[in-house]
Design a protein around this ligand. Structure first.
Ligand SMILES: Cc1cc2nc3c(=O)[nH]c(=O)nc-3n(C[C@H](O)[C@H](O)[C@H](O)COP(=O)(O)OP(=O)(O)OC[C@H]3O[C@@H](n4cnc5c(N)ncnc54)[C@H](O)[C@@H]3O)c2cc1C
Length: 327
C-alpha cells in the first residue's frame, strides 16, 4: 500500500466499480460510497452489448471503446465474468460505410444490398451480461480489500473529509452534485424473451428515432428499444413492449413464438459529451469526474477507468511524498 493515499469513488454502477478496481491496482485504499447498490443501477438494466451508441465526443469515445473491447476480450476466457463474444449484423442508413471504431479483431465486413438484402455490416462484438458481470466486478473489488459504504452524498466535498482523491461516477446523480445542466436522462425500455431463438445480435439503425435491436444472452434475449429524451423514470409500458416485439419480429421472424419474460427500463445518463476530467481542489485533493456515458457506459467503462487510473498515477508520481497531498 502507498501510505496516505486513499480514494473515494462515488457511485456503484459500472463506471464506479470499474474505476474502483483499476485504482486498487495502484496500491491505494479505495472505498465506494453509493446511494444504490449495483442491482438497482441503470448499469444493471443495460442490454449490454459493446457498441458505441448515443455517446460523444467521437475521438475520445472510440479510444475508450477500443481499449474496453481489448480488456473485455481478455475476460471472455473467464466463465464467471459473464462476458462473451457474439457475432451479428448492423443495418445503417445508406451510404454504407465502415464505422470509425472498427479494429481487425472485430472482423468487420461490409455487405452490399445485392439480391434483395439490405446493406449492412457484420462484426464480432462482446456481450457483457450485467447481472453476472456487475456482481463479479464487485466481488473483485471486495476481495482486493475495497470497502463498500451505503451513503448518499449531498456534496462531493464530503469525500475530502476522508480521502485526498474523489472520483465522481454518480451517473445521472452527477446532475445534482455538480449542477451540470448538460446531463439529461434518456429513458430506454427493453423486452426480455426466452433464450434459444437467435444466436446473433442484430441492430437496425436506419431510423435513428426508433433503434431496433436483438441481443442473445445466456438466460434470455434482449429486444430493444426506445430512447425518450428528457424522461427519467423506469416505468415499463405494455404498449411500448408490444411495439418493440412487433418491430423485432418484422426484422427477424424466428423470434415470433418466443415466450415473453417481461420488460425492464432505465434512464441513460446522457450528456452532449462524456465528462472525464480532473478538477484540482485547492488544499483538499484531486477530484475527477467520470459521468455522462449515455447509451454506452458499459462499452466505455474499462477504457474510461484506465484513464482515471492514469490521472491518479500521474498525480501520485508528481507528489514528493508519494501520496496525493492536500494542495
Ligand atoms: C435500456 C438501456 C439499454 C442500454 N444498453 C446498453 C448497452 O447495450 N451497452 C452499453 O454500453 N450501455 C448501455 N446502456 C447505457 C448504460 O446502462 C449506462 O451508460 C451506464 O450504465 C452508466 O453507468 P454509470 O455507472 O455511469 O451510472 P449508473 O449505473 O447510473 O450508476 C450511478 C451510481 O451512482 C450512485 N449515485 C448517484 N447519486 C449519488 C449520490 N448523491 N451519492 C452516492 N451515490 C450516488 C447511484 O446510486 C449508482 O450507484 C443502456 C442503458 C439503457 C437505459
Amino acid at each position: 500500500m502507498r501510505p496516505g493515499s486513499k480514494a473515494i469513488v462515488i457511485g456503484c454502477g459500472v463506471s464506479g466499480l470499474s474505476c474502483a478496481v483499476k485504482l486498487q491496482e495502484l496500491g491505494i485504499d479505495v472505498e465506494i460510497w453509493t446511494k444504490q447498490r449495483p442491482e438497482y443501477t441503470v448499469s444493471m438494466v443495460a442490454a449490454a452489448i459493446w457498441h458505441p451508441y448515443l455517446v460523444f465526443p467521437k475521438d475520445r469515445v472510440n479510444r475508450w471503446a477500443i481499449r474496453s473491447y481489448e480488456q473485455f476480450s481478455a475476460l471472455t476466457g473467464r466463465p464467471d465474468a459473464g462476458v462473451r463474444f457474439v457475432d451479428g449484423e448492423e443495418f445503417i442508413p445508406e451510404p454504407l460505410q465502415p464505422p470509425d471504431w472498427a479494429t481487425p479483431e472485430m472482423a468487420l465486413r461490409l455487405v452490399g444490398g445485392a439480391a434483395g438484402t439490405l446493406p449492412h455490416y457484420t462484426f464480432r462484438s462482446i456481450v457483457i451480461e450485467t447481472p453476472i458481470y456487475l456482481p463479479w466486478l464487485l466481488g473483485r473489488f471486495l476481495e482486493g480489500g475495497g470497502v463498500l459504504v451505503d451513503r448518499a452524498v449531498t456534496h462531493l466535498d464530503e469525500g475530502f473529509d476522508h480521502a485526498t482523491v474523489v472520483i465522481n461516477c454518480a451517473g445521472l446523480g452527477a446532475a445534482f452534485l455538480t449542477e451540470d445542466e448538460r446531463l439529461k436522462p434518456v429513458k430506454g425500455q427493453l423486452v426480455r424473451i426466452a433464450s434459444g431463438y437467435v444466436d446473433r445480435f442484430c441492430f437496425d439503425e436506419r431510423d435513428p428515432m426508433t433503434p431496433i435491436y436483438m441481443i442473445p444472452r445466456s438466460e434470455d434475449c434482449i429486444l430493444g428499444g426506445t430512447a425518450e429524451h428528457g424522461v427519467g423514470d423506469n416505468e415499463v409500458s405494455e404498449q411500448v413492449q408490444r411495439r418493440i416485439i412487433e418491430r423485432c419480429v418484422r426484422l427477424n421472424p424466428a423470434i415470433e413464438n418466443a415466450p415473453v419474460l417481461g420488460s425492464i427500463a432505465g434512464a441513460r445518463p446522457w450528456r452532449d459529451e462524456v465528462r472525464l476530467e480532473p478538477q484540482l481542489i485547492n488544499h483538499r485533493g484531486l477530484l475527477i469526474h467520470n459521468y455522462g456515458h449515455g447509451g454506452a457506459g458499459i462499452t466505455l467503462s474499462l477504457g474510461c477507468a484506465e484513464e482515471v487510473k492514469a490521472i491518479v498515477a500521474t498525480a501520485i508520481d508528481a507528489s514528493p511524498s508519494g501520496a496525493i497531498d492536500r494542495g
